[in-house]
Every structure is written in structure tokens, then in C-alpha cells.
Design a protein around this ligand. Structure first.
Ligand code: SF4
Length: 365
């Protein structure tokens, strides 16, 4: 059996074989990835989520050179939103039918753990019907250093206060030579995996992600995918659940100190890696297209390279937009549905666990 045939059949590929997939022409990879996607997810549907990002603070001590979002705590542009401001943003989300926020900030040097607990309790009290998926492994590592507690203890306290999930931001490429060449103080691979594992052990929702364009090669991309796959195996075997989906995008460096220093990644590379991810990640069923970074047209094409999901409405997003992502960092529900239909699929609203909640038109808000 040829390598692509084995991948389409869902056979487990070795690290070398994942790397070998990069040698195949894009159309062959696309055909294989699409066939696999049609076999493991509903072939007629492309799902989407109504949600909003909330960046509660832009203060960060990590200072990644490819990030245009962060500010030092004494910067005139530094901010920390009040609990009331955050709750108001949730009102806006509910007005368009959304019931989930994705809330992230930087690594604040001083906000105590009790601030995060109080925030979660305040939001859950004000909006008991809204899911809160928040914080990244990097933010949790920052809290470990600030409090002396370990990630499991911190996440358990946050869960008790109302946290529903910890999305997997900051994975980028899980190879330390790549991540520390790009950002010296970025969370190391083992810490990222350790903190995600703690979240999964506690039953928190998590998402696997990948960012390409740091100058990494096929071997490093394959290693990243293999690590994600291994963690998914481990989480499912030990905790009965793991990453809900896989999302991938390209490095955005506009307005950053990294501009011109990173090779970045083309739409061709994006689609190729998306297709390879579909074939390599035999234990993750749902793969997202990324329209905020790649644009609507490439995201529509991604639906034929292994993706079965169009991501979310993202009523507000500041990290990608600050780094000059595609010129749109939010989309209406109607736009997303129209784009999915134009690509030849039936749009279906989903929840964070990829359960379809509505296939027909949404009720008017
Ligand atoms: S990417 Fe995250 S950790 Fe890095 S500087 Fe930006 S906010 Fe801080």
C-alpha cells in the first residue's frame, strides 16, 4: 500500500512518513486529505461557532518579537479591562446568539490568582448560560511563577471559579530550537504539554493548534504533529477526552519586530500542511480552516484540503489583527453561512465540542 493510500485508510503514520508527505504534490495531498475528511466527518456539512474573543489585558512580560499585541505594564497603551467591561462584551455576544467566549491576555506580572478567580465568578454570576474558555498555557505558566503553585492546582481553582476550558494557544511549533530562536522567553515545549495535560486531566476543554512560518522545515512540522497526536492518545486513554479539534494558521508579523526576519508561510504551504495534518492526526476528527489569517477565499479552499469547520465569528480579536492578519478579523453569522454554502457545503452551527446545534437558518436575534 502506498503511503497516501495508508493515510486515507486512517493507518498510523510514523514520524518519517509524516515528513515524507511533504514530498507529494499539493493536488495529491488535497485529494487524500479531502477523502479522509469525508470519511470521518459528515460529508455534507461544514460547521461554525458563534463566539467572541475577549482580550482582558494586553500587558505581557514575555515579549515575543512576533507579537504586536503586548505592552509593558507602564506603557500608556497598557490596559486591563474591568469585570463590568468584560461582562458588557458578553451582552453583545448574546445579542447575536452566541454562548461562548474565548478570553485571553498576556502574562501580567502582578495580577494575583484571586483576580482571575473573582473575574470568573463575576462573569458566571452575570452570565450563567455562557461558556468561558480562557487563558493559555503561557498565562498559566506565568501564574505558576507568580504563585509558586503548580498548573494543576491553579487550573483546579480556576475551574472551581467557573472556567470551562483552556484553549491551546501558544503551541506554534512544539520544537524548542524553533520556538526559542523566534522568542527567547516563549513557554518551552515540555511546559506547554504539561499544562495542557493538567487541563485535560481536570476535564477542561482544549484545542490543538499550530502556527507555521518561523523558518521551520518539514521535519519540525512533522515533529509538532506527532507530539500533538501523542498527547491526544495519552489524554483519551487516561482521561477519556482530549483536544476537541485542530486549528492551524500562518505567522503574522505585520507591525512587529519580527517583520522581515521570518520567512513566513505562503497559502500553498498553509494548504499543504493542513492536508498533511488531516492525514497525520488520525485521532483528531475536526480540523478548522482559518479565515482570520488566510482570508475568506483560502479558507474556502481549505475545505477541500482536510478542513471540515470554518472556525468562529470572532466578534473581536486583537492579537491576530494587531499583527496585520487578513483585513477581516470578525465575520457575521450570515457571511460565514454564505461562504460555506458558496463552497458547496451545508452550514451547520455547532457547539465547542463540535455537536451540531442548528442546520437551518438561525432564529433572528
Ligand atoms: S504572543 Fe502571548 S506571550 Fe508572546 S508577547 Fe504576545 S501576548 Fe505575550
Amino acid at each position: 500500500m502506498d503511503l497516501l493510500e495508508r493515510a486515507v485508510a486512517g493507518k498510523r503514520l510514523s514520524l518519517d512518513e509524516i515528513e515524507d508527505l511533504y514530498r507529494y504534490p499539493l493536488p495529491e495531498l488535497a485529494a487524500a486529505a479531502h477523502e479522509r475528511r469525508l470519511a470521518v466527518t459528515d460529508p455534507a456539512l461544514v460547521t461554525y461557532l458563534i463566539d467572541r474573543n475577549i482580550n482582558y489585558s494586553n500587558v505581557c512580560t514575555v515579549g515575543c518579537p512576533y507579537c504586536a499585541f503586548w505592552r509593558g505594564k507602564n506603557s500608556p497603551e497598557a490596559y486591563v479591562l474591568s469585570f463590568e467591561e468584560i461582562a458588557k462584551k458578553i451582552d453583545e455576544l448574546k445579542a447575536v446568539g452566541g454562548r461562548r467566549i474565548l478570553m485571553q491576555g498576556g502574562v501580567h506580572p502582578e495580577l494575583p490568582l484571586t483576580w482571575y478567580e473573582d473575574l470568573l465568578r463575576y462573569l458566571k454570576h452575570a452570565h450563567p448560560d455562557v461558556r468561558i474558555d480562557a487563558f493559555s498555557p503561557e498565562e498559566i505558566l506565568g501564574l505558576e511563577r507568580l504563585t509558586g503553585l503548580d498548573a494543576r492546582e491553579i487550573l483546579a481553582r480556576l475551574k472551581e471559579a467557573g472556567l470551562d476550558g483552556m484553549p491551546g494557544a501558544g503551541a506554534e511549533i512544539l520544537v524548542d530550537e524553533v520556538r526559542h530562536r523566534a522568542a527567547r522567553r516563549r513557554i518551552p515545549t515540555l511546559d506547554w504539554l504539561r499544562i495542557v495535560d493538567a487541563a485535560q486531566e481536570l476535564g477542561l476543554y482544549t484545542l490543538a493548534s499550530m502556527v507555521i512560518g518561523f523558518g521551520e522545515g518539514p521535519r519540525e512540522r512533522a515533529r509538532h504533529l506527532e507530539l500533538i497526536r501523542r498527547q491526544q492518545d495519552r489524554a483519551r486513554a487516561r482521561y477519556g477526552q482530549g483536544f476537541a479539534a485542530f486549528a492551524m494558521w500562518t505567522l503574522q508579523t505585520e507591525n512587529t519586530a519580527y517583520r522581515g526576519k521570518a520567512p513566513g508561510a505562503s497559502a500553498h504551504e498553509y494548504l499543504k500542511t493542513l492536508a498533511i495534518a488531516r492525514l497525520a492526526l488520525d485521532n483528531i476528527e475536526n480540523h478548522q480552516a482559518s479565515w482570520p489569517t488566510m482570508g475568506f477565499r483560502v479558507a474556502q479552499a481549505a475545505l477541500f484540503y482536510g478542513a471540515n469547520d470554518f472556525g468562529s465569528t470572532m466578534l473581536e480579536e486583537n492579537v491576530v489583527s494587531a499583527a496585520g492578519g487578513y483585513d477581516r478579523t470578525h465575520a457575521t453569522v450570515a457571511e460565514i453561512r454564505r461562504l460555506i454554502r458558496a463552497a458547496g457545503f451545508t452550514p451547520a452551527e455547532r457547539d465547542v465540542f463540535y455537536n451540531v446545534v442548528r442546520i437551518g437558518e438561525p432564529a433572528p436575534a
